[in-house]
Design a protein around this ligand. Structure first.
Ligand SMILES: Cc1cc2nc3c(=O)[nH]c(=O)nc-3n(C[C@H](O)[C@H](O)[C@H](O)COP(=O)(O)O)c2cc1C
Length: 415
C-alpha cells in the first residue's frame, strides 16, 4: 500500500475532512452535470475510498475535489461560458449505441495495438496535454509522465503551460515517450526557440493547439467573488506565460476579464507553414472541429489532427466532438491519422470514437482526476482502467483487433 493511502486510511481528521468535502461535491449540481455521481452522497460513506477500491474513473473526481481548493478544482472542471458544450461532449456518447455482437471474443484474444506516426501503441489511448498539473498534486507532470509510461508505455503530450520544464520531465521516465504541445506565438523567433527547446529535450512530435482563442470561464470569475484566486485569466495567449498552475491574485479587469486579450486571435495558416519547417518529426494540429479545416491541415503539412473542442473550454454552444467526427473522417479519407478527445470517461466512450473513425483518443480531465486524487499511482490507475474497459467493450462487441472497431459496430443517432 502506498504511503499516501496509509495516511488516508489511518488519519481520522483527514478522513473526516475528505468525507465532508467530497460529500459537498457529490451533492452539487455541478457534479451531476459532468460526472456520474455516486447514488449515495459521499458524506454518507464512512470513509473515503482508497486507490485499491476505485472502480471507474468517476470515483477519482470527488477525492480530487476533497484534496484541493475550490479554485484549483474549478480550473480543471470548468468549461467555456454556460458550459453547454462541456455537457454536450458527455451527452453525445449516450446518443451512440454499441451493437451487440453475435460472436463476442474472450478479452484474452483482444489485441488493440497499432502503429501511430512511427510509434507502437499497445492501446489507442494517449495522455493529452493539460496545463499546470503541479496544482493538482506534488507529483505534477513528472508523476503524470511516469504514470503514462508505467501504463503500457502510453504516449504523453506535455502542455505548453506545464508546471515543470520539459528538460526536467523528459528524463524523469526513461523508456517513456513524451511529445510537446505548443500554443502559437506571434514572433517566429520565439516560436523557433520554443520548438527547438522541446525538440532538443527529446520531443519528437509537436502538437500545435489552434483553438481556445477567446474563452472565458464564469466559474473562475465566481471563485474570485468568493474571495478565491483564479488559475486562468486573460492574456495567457502568447504561448505559455501564466496558467502555470500557480494561483494568481484574482483581480482581472477590462477585456482580459473575458480572456479576449488578442493573444490568440491572429492565428493563420501561414503560421502553420512556418511551424512545419521548424518541426523535424510529426506535426499535429489540435482543435479541429470542421471538415474544411481538416482538409486545410493536410494541405499545410499536418501529419495528424486532433478533433477537439478543448473539453468544452474553447467556445460555448459549439457541437460535441463526437458529433463532428464522422464528417471530418470523411474529409480526411484515411490520408492522415485522426486523434480525438473531449468528454472521454469510459472505455465505451473510446470504443464509440474509434468506431466513428478516430485512430486514437486523448485523455484530458480523467487523467487529471487520477493524479489529483492519488498522485502518479492514481493517474496510472485511470489510464489502465480506460485500457481495460476498452478491451472489455471490444470483446463484448466481437472486436479482436483495432480494425474490427468500425462503424458497423455502432449506430449514431445524431448523423
Ligand atoms: C485543466 C485543463 C487544462 C488544459 N490545458 C491544455 C493545454 O495546455 N494545451 C492544450 O492543448 N489543451 C489543454 N487542455 C485540453 C485537453 O488537452 C483536452 O483537449 C481536453 O481536456 C479533453 O476534454 P476532457 O477533459 O473532457 O477529456 C486542457 C484541458 C483541461 C481540462
Amino acid at each position: 500500500m502506498a504511503d499516501i493511502e496509509k495516511v488516508w486510511l489511518t488519519n481520522p481528521s483527514r478522513r473526516a475532512a475528505l468525507a465532508r468535502m467530497t460529500g459537498l461535491m457529490a451533492t452539487s449540481p455541478v457534479a451531476a452535470a459532468i460526472a456520474q455521481p455516486d447514488p449515495r452522497p459521499i458524506s454518507e460513506h464512512r470513509r473515503a475510498l482508497s486507490l485499491a477500491e476505485m472502480q471507474t474513473c468517476f470515483d477519482f473526481e470527488p477525492l480530487f475535489f476533497g484534496n484541493v481548493t475550490r479554485s484549483v478544482y474549478d480550473y480543471t472542471a470548468h468549461g467555456d461560458g454556460s458550459e453547454f458544450t462541456l455537457r454536450r461532449n458527455r451527452q453525445a456518447y449516450d446518443w451512440v449505441d454499441i451493437l451487440a455482437s453475435r460472436a463476442p471474443v474472450p478479452t484474452s484474444q483482444v489485441d488493440l495495438s497499432s502503429e501511430f506516426l512511427g510509434l507502437k501503441l499497445k492501446f489507442p489511448i494517449i495522455v493529452g496535454p493539460t496545463s499546470g498539473q503541479g496544482a493538482l498534486h506534488p507529483d505534477a507532470e513528472i508523476g503524470m509522465f511516469k504514470a503514462a509510461t508505467a501504463a503500457s508505455n502510453t504516449l504523453m503530450m506535455l502542455s505548453a503551460v506545464s508546471t515543470m520544464p520539459i528538460s526536467q520531465v523528459a528524463p524523469a521516465s526513461p523508456g517513456g515517450t513524451l511529445w510537446a504541445q505548443h500554443y502559437p506565438q506571434e514572433s517566429l523567433v520565439s516560436t523557433q526557440a520554443t520548438l527547438d527547446r522541446y525538440q532538443n529535450a527529446g520531443a519528437k512530435g509537436i502538437i500545435v493547439t489552434i483553438d481556445q482563442q477567446a474563452s472565458y470561464y464564469e466559474r473562475d470569475l465566481q471563485d474570485r467573488n468568493f474571495g478565491g484566486r483564479v488559475l486562468s485569466q486573460g492574456g495567457r495567449g502568447a504561448g505559455g506565460g501564466g496558467g502555470s498552475g500557480v494561483p494568481t491574485p484574482g483581480i482581472v479587469t477590462g477585456a482580459s476579464r473575458y480572456r479576449i486579450s488578442g493573444g490568440r486571435l491572429w492565428y493563420t495558416w501561414q503560421y502553420i507553414d512556418a511551424c512545419r519547417k521548424m518541426v523535424q518529426g510529426p506535426l499535429l494540429l489540435k482543435g479541429i472541429m470542421d471538415p474544411e479545416d481538416a482538409r486545410l491541415a493536410i494541405e499545410h503539412g499536418a501529419d495528424a489532427i486532433i478533433v477537439s473542442n478543448h473539453g468544452g473550454r474553447s467556445m460555448d454552444y459549439g457541437p460535441s466532438t463526437l458529433e463532428v467526427l464522422p464528417d471530418i473522417v470523411t474529409a480526411v479519407s484515411g490520408r492522415i491519422p485522426i486523434l480525438f478527445d473531449s468528454g472521454i470517461r469510459r472505455g465505451a466512450d473510446i470504443f464509440k470514437a474509434l468506431a466513428l473513425g478516430a485512430n486514437g483518443v486523448n485523455l484530458g480531465r480523467a487523467a487529471r482526476w487520477g493524479l489529483a486524487a492519488f498522485g502518479s499511482a492514481g493517474a496510472q490507475r485511470v489510464i489502465e482502467m480506460m485500457q481495460q474497459e476498452l478491451v472489455q467493450v471490444a470483446a463484448a462487441a466481437g472486436c479482436a483487433k483495432l480494425s474490427d472497431i468500425n462503424k458497423t459496430k455502432v449506430r449514431a443517432h445524431f448523423v
